[in-house]
Ligand binder design. Structure first.
Ligand SMILES: Cc1cc2nc3c(=O)[nH]c(=O)nc-3n(C[C@H](O)[C@H](O)[C@H](O)COP(=O)(O)OP(=O)(O)OC[C@H]3O[C@@H](n4cnc5c(N)ncnc54)[C@H](O)[C@@H]3O)c2cc1C
Length: 348
């Protein structure tokens, strides 16, 4: 019999952040992960505290950003590689109205920390920005796929990672904890991303799958190092290799990339890049989004040993560390979870 404090189901960014917290707090745990259809592997890992459609700060921006850096600096130590890159985002303007809105919004004291007032004249031949662009600060990229792969290897070596599908019908729940095969855990934390749709205890939550596709392209010229953002974005990751993304499809929830998705991304690429390129990779994943665009964190109303950490939507990189802190403090110290994230808003 294996006796542990926490059993985690799923090793995407949510399950990994929770496991990292448990390592820091010296608590015993195991992760069971199918390692299939993992949105976190497809995610480009961009972080950006500003909503670039509306020019507004995201919910809870500063604590999320602070904790994101803390968590990924710890992942860097464990994984033995650099994972965080600070890269400015350049918002390309499509019409004079957008410029006026930007100039108005950049006077807002909260936003001023993150966006600059100056409209920059474009002088890069292959960047399509006749009206200029402006800078968003404190943005960048986390190498999520590399992070999760290295963390999985680290946990495997410590016998804390089991690669298999969790069979919900095998779970026995008692007042003291849960039994799953020869594993007894005091608590179980479900972090299955969109896979939560198969979880009999949480599958009635309003999680909406939103498929996203990403292209990796080789460009004929070197794109200046930045996250170039119009409707989509273009971001160089090596000399002539860039990511460009993404699509948002609620109807087709198959895990495979599609020709339609590729054409949509390439159409939007024209709004950013004028040079020639070839597509070298194409991937797809399903984002676990929630109707009210807030995460799902907390305990099952009936089974007190059962918890969920999900609903990271389009911003897993920023949300997962902060939501991990909420869940851990709730479990260990009884600290209430922010109402906006608490799963009880949908389950009583
Ligand atoms: C195309 C695309 C681009 C994106 N770009 C970004 C970005 O740039 N920045 C950003 O912050 N976010 C981005 N996102 C969003 C981000 O990917 C998600 O918010 C995040 O990955 C969700 O993480 P998760 O851990 O909840 O789920 P997942 O990463 O999906 O992980 C869930 C894990 O649980 C496992 N699992 C599920 N059910 C079971 C079971 N029964 N038994 C065992 N294991 C199970 C799965 O196999 C998987 O490994 C993007 C998403 C997509 C699709």
């Amino acid at each position: 019999m294996i006796k542990i404090k926490f059993l985690i189901v799923g090793q995407g960014i949510a399950g990994s952040c929770f496991a990292l917290k448990l390592i820091r707090e010296n608590k015993s745990f195991l992760i069971i992960d199918e390692d299939k259809d993992k949105a976190s592997k497809v995610a480009v890992g961009v972080f950006n505290p500003v909503v670039l459609k509306r020019f507004a700060l995201i919910w809870d921006a500063e604590p999320q950003l602070r904790l994101m850096h803390r968590y990924f600096e710890e992942f860097e130590k464990i994984c033995g590689q650099q994972l965080i890159s600070q890269i400015p985002t350049y918002r390309i303007f499509k019409d004079p109205d957008e410029i006026r809105t930007w100039q108005k919004k950049s006077k807002n004291r909260e936003l001023l920390k993150f966006i600059s007032e100056e409209i920059i004249t474009n002088n890069h031949a292959d960047i399509n920005s006749p009206l200029g662009y402006a800078e968003v600060r404190q943005t960048g990229r986390i190498k999520l796929e590399e992070c999760l792969e290295a963390f999985k290897n680290y946990l495997t070596e410590k016998n804390q990672y089991i690669n298999q599908r969790f069979d919900y019908s095998e779970l026995q729940i008692s007042d003291d904890g849960i039994q799953y095969g020869d594993i007894f855990a005091e608590k179980i934390i479900f972090c299955e991303g969109y896979g939560v749709k198969d979880n009999p205890w949480f599958n009635e939550l309003p999680v909406i799958g939103v498929k996203g596709e990403v292209l990796k392209i080789r460009t004929s010229t070197q794109v200046p190092k930045a996250i170039w953002k119009a409707f989509n974005f273009l971001m160089p990751i090596e000399d002539d290799i860039c990511f460009t993304a993404s699509t948002y499809d609620r109807d087709d929830l198959t895990p495979e990339p599609t020709e339609k998705g590729k054409q949509e991304i390439l159409k939007h690429l024209e709004e950013i890049y004028k040079g020639s390129y070839s597509v070298i990779d194409h991937t797809a994943g399903i984002r676990p989004t929630v109707v009210d665009r807030r995460p799902l964190v907390g305990s099952h109303p009936k089974f007190k040993n059962m918890y969920i950490l999900n609903g990271m939507g389009t911003r897993g990189t920023l949300l997962a560390p902060r939501m991990t802190e909420y869940l851990y403090d709730y479990i260990e110290n009884g600290t209430p979870i922010d109402k906006e994230a608490d799963v009880r808003r949908f389950m009583v």
